[in-house]
Design a protein around this ligand. Structure first.
Ligand code: SAM
Length: 182
């Protein structure tokens, strides 16, 4: 979040058609749960448009970008790389170390999530390969739990800026109001 060094999310792989919703949801989850930006593969333009549109309407700051070189992003990342994978170390065993790198040492964090099979060089390039359980599930679920552990729940209190509209929380019903900003 904005009070810490950067947290970016990199989506590896995108099968047009089949992965449209998952890639979009990686972006929306990254935004909602405190990351600063998401990098999507360059064939995921539709997902980029959706995430950018949600940010325009519901606020930011949050950046969404396409990259034609996800491996280059990992290789050249000036900080620490966390790869989420069911084969990794248990999140509850490494979360403190990762938080210390991010919060105490000010290291920007790149969180990498896959779509289909992830090549072994990503496992080797990562500073941590992290499992949110060692069971197969979803990149969206893994990302949500990981970000919540990284920020220890502070992301839930975040204020949004430049929003056109905001949801008024209520026990029953749906209320969305326009935001009047000076
Ligand atoms: N079978 C693929 C492989 O071997 O890489 C994984 C495909 S899985 C549907 C898509 C992505 O979800 C993975 O690349 C990983 O980022 C994430 N994922 C799935 N289960 C996970 C877990 N237990 N912990 C963390 N991330 C997970």
């Amino acid at each position: 979040m904005h009070d810490d060094s950067e947290v970016a999310v990199l989506r590896l792989g995108h099968r047009p058609g089949r992965d449209e919703r998952m890639t979009t949801h990686v972006g929306l989850t990254a935004r909602a749960l405190g990351a600063d930006r998401v990098l999507l593969p360059d064939n995921a333009g539709q997902s980029l448009d959706t995430v950018a549109d949600i940010t325009d309407r519901f606020g930011g700051p949050f950046d969404v970008e396409l990259t034609d070189s996800p491996q280059g992003i990992i290789r050249n990342w000036d900080g620490r790389v966390v790869h989420l994978t069911m084969y990794g170390e248990r999140v509850q065993d490494v979360e403190r170390e990762i938080r210390a790198a991010h919060r105490d040492d000010g290291e920007p964090i790149l969180v990498v999530v896959g779509a289909e099979k992830v090549s072994f060089d990503v496992y080797e390039a990562a500073d941590w390969n992290v499992g949110v359980t060692n069971q197969p599930h979803s990149e969206v679920a893994g990302l949500a739990v990981f970000l919540d552990r990284l920020f220890e729940g502070r992301e839930l209190e975040r204020e949004w800026v430049d929003a056109d509209q905001r949801v008024i929380p209520m026990a029953t019903g749906k209320r969305v109001e326009p935001v009047d900003e000076e």
